[in-house]
Design a protein around this ligand. Structure first.
Ligand SMILES: [Mg+2]
Length: 322
């Protein structure tokens, strides 16, 4: 959620109305956590993708279907949840069989891949938008949240950053790339990979976690705010793909990594004592991870390049409310 989305939810919805005792974590993290019994938490998240806001109006229906499921599963990953169920609410301007077949095929394919069952939903007529609710389970006490980070903890990300943002810029004709880089970057935008295995492996290892939907700077800001910390971010340690570095300047690559969003990698913190356990846990699921900074007292993000302070003005993705 971007900052404006946060203030809207804080002002009108957060903490309002009856508060049940079985709500372990309500509004304000990647998922709500609901106590089912003494041993199990239910993790629940809802995300809407709107045509022209979250995806280009002419985007391949397979990509829309894939992305809609993947971004919801990514929120489950950010809590360390085991993915289980999906509901789909689909608003369509007209019933186009070819479009629907491709969209539905992609939804089902991602569900099959991750062992998730589509259990319900709704269809209505109107401007194209896709709303998905994903649910998963977590052993009680093992959840990852945004609020557990402490000064001294190390900051990590999975995968590489900035590819999806550059992929969008290529689709919009704002950048140009060689054909092999172009395909990789656009695929990273259209077909994000939810880091479910990594999220589950981080239970008991990471002190906080979030998925990177709005750019590293913005999403790190959420961890810092929830954990009452500041952070030093090491620009020279950012995992930047060959495709990104082969297409734009290093400084532009930093901006794509920090501000563009849509990467759906995990951003998490690990106490010094857990660094060895982290390498073992993530090696088992074959996910690359990079240490990109360290938490400190105070607030805000300080950017360092090879130990030298860099003055960067990074703007995260702001959801469109027009
Ligand atoms: Mg999230």
């Amino acid at each position: 959620m971007a900052s404006r989305e946060f203030s809207l939810i804080d002002n009108y919805f957060k903490g309002k109305g009856h508060q049940r005792k079985d709500v372990v974590l309500g509004i304000g993290d990647d998922c709500a956590l609901l106590s089912v019994n003494d041993n199990t938490l239910l993790a629940v998240t809802t995300d809407t993708l709107v045509s022209g806001v979250h995806f280009l109006a002419d985007m391949d229906p397979r990509a829309i279907g894939h992305k809609a499921v993947a971004v919801n599963l990514s929120d489950l990953a950010a809590m360390g949840a085991d993915q289980a169920w999906l509901s789909l609410a689909l608003t369509l301007p007209d019933a186009n069989d070819k479009w629907l077949a491709e969209f539905a095929g992609a939804v089902i394919e991602v569900c099959d891949y991750y062992g998730v069952t589509l259990v319900g939903g709704d269809t209505t007529r109107g401007p194209l938008s896709v709303t998905i609710t994903a649910q998963g389970k977590i052993p009680a006490g093992k959840q990852l949240t945004r609020s557990g980070a402490k000064p001294g903890d190390w900051l990590y990300v999975t995968g590489s950053l900035g590819d999806a943002g550059l992929g969008l810029a290529l689709l919009q004709g704002r950048e140009e790339a060689s054909s092999d880089h172009r395909e990789y970057l656009i695929n990273r935008h259209c077909y994000p990979t939810p880091r479910l295995l990594a999220g589950q492996a981080l239970r008991g290892v990471a002190s906080s976690a979030i998925d990177i939907s709005d750019g590293l700077a913005s999403d790190l800001g959420h961890i810092l705010k929830a954990s009452h910390c500041g952070a030093n971010l090491f620009l020279d340690k950012l995992p930047l793909s060959q495709a990104l570095l082969g297409t734009v300047s290093l400084e532009a690559a930093w901006h794509y990594a920090l501000g563009a969003g849509d990467d759906y990698e995990l951003l998490f913190t690990v106490p010094e004592a857990q660094k060895g356990a982290l390498d073992t846990a993530l090696a088992h699921c074959g996910v690359k991870h990079s240490c990109v900074g360290q938490l400190r007292g105070g607030e805000g993000i300080s950017y360092l390049n090879h130990g030298q302070t860099v003055d960067l003005n990074v703007c995260g993705y702001e959801h469109n409310w027009s």
